[in-house]
Unconditional design. Structure first.
Ligand code: NAP
Length: 272
């Protein structure tokens, strides 16, 4: 994976949570901190990134764009027009631009950066922080640019390529936002445990390990989630009592609507 990035300067426009997750992955994969250059408006973020990861930082995004062989766009979708407009024509001619911004299309990115720029869209998620992310990638650029993007995001976990850019909205709703759904479930389970009289620390520990164990089973076993669920659910038992309430209260519809809302929001962000 490192071969595709050999000798490359890897730049970031925006040094927030997602940039940090990717930087951590790159360093774990053996990329030298001096090869990473971050453009970030907040001085305290710049200082934190310099101190934690020994990467170079600046507030001058154009300097980053001009120096980068791979340029990650990691500002919020609402900030992207302002961040990219000054970068028109600034990127190196053979640069690979990788955008993680939700909802922002390749066409829009080319509008800001120039028609000839090689663009890869990426939708990572925050488990990238510990190398357990999954990133969907889309690009109409050539194999060399794709390999660079895959090397960067592959340092953060699994990578999957898609052929239809439209699918990015659904992917954002499933895996981009998905960790938050599980974290909400964790919060609710902990709170319910406490209401039943468990000590907060005990409820916390039980829930974290239960979700981790269940997630591992889901990945390791080649069985449908419904089959794994059935294995926990004996007729007339405790799990059946719980699941009955969740179905009666409309959890399946709520989940469907929630994920549809996230996909719709992704579309909306792209249309502004
Ligand atoms: N977090 C996730 O789970 C996740 C998952 C997949 C994709 N993404 C995508 O990742 C992107 C970044 O998200 P994030 O969660 O990392 O956001 P974030 O933590 O807010 O990071 C963005 C950073 O960029 C800074 N910034 C704003 N305008 C800038 C500019 N013109 N030049 C340089 N820096 C600028 C922001 O400063 P201020 O705070 O002062 O604005 C902030 O520090 C988004 O487009 C999002 O769609 C995020």
């Amino acid at each position: 994976m490192k071969e595709a990035l050999h000798g490359c300067t890897i730049g970031f426009v925006g040094g927030g949570a997602m940039a940090e997750a990717i930087i951590a992955g790159l360093l774990r994969a053996g990329i030298a901190p001096e090869a990473i250059f971050v453009g970030e408006v907040r001085s305290e973020r710049r200082k934190a990134l310099e101190q934690s990861y020994r990467v170079r930082t600046t507030e001058d995004n154009a300097a980053v764009a001009a120096a980068s062989d791979v340029l990650l766009i990691a500002v919020k979708p609402q900030q992207i027009a302002k961040a990219l407009a000054p970068l028109f024509g600034v990127c190196k001619p053979d640069a690979t631009v990788v955008s993680v911004a939700a909802g922002i299309s390749t066409a829009k990115l080319r509008g800001w950066l120039g028609e000839k720029v090689a663009i890869v869209r990426a939708m990572p998620n925050t488990p990238a922080l510990i190398g357990e992310g999954i990133t969907a990638l889309y690009s109409d650029a050539d194999a060399g640019h794709r390999a660079r993007a895959e090397a960067v995001l592959g340092a953060c976990g699994e990578v999957v390529w898609i052929e239809d850019e439209e699918e990015m909205h659904a992917i954002t709703a499933i895996s981009g936002s998905g960790p938050a759904y599980l974290f909400l479930l964790a919060e609710l389970m902990m709170r319910a445990g406490e209401r039943l009289g468990l000590d907060a620390a005990l409820a916390d520990r039980l829930v974290r390990r239960t979700l981790l164990g269940a997630a591992r089973l889901l990945v390791v076993r080649d069985e449908a989630p419904s089959a794994l669920r059935a294995q926990v659910t004996s007729p007339g038992g405790t799990t059946e009592a719980a699941l009955g309430v969740l179905f009666d209260r409309g959890l399946p519809e709520a989940m469907r609507e929630a994920i549809a809302a996230a996909a719709a929001r992704s579309r909306e962000l792209g249309e502004r």
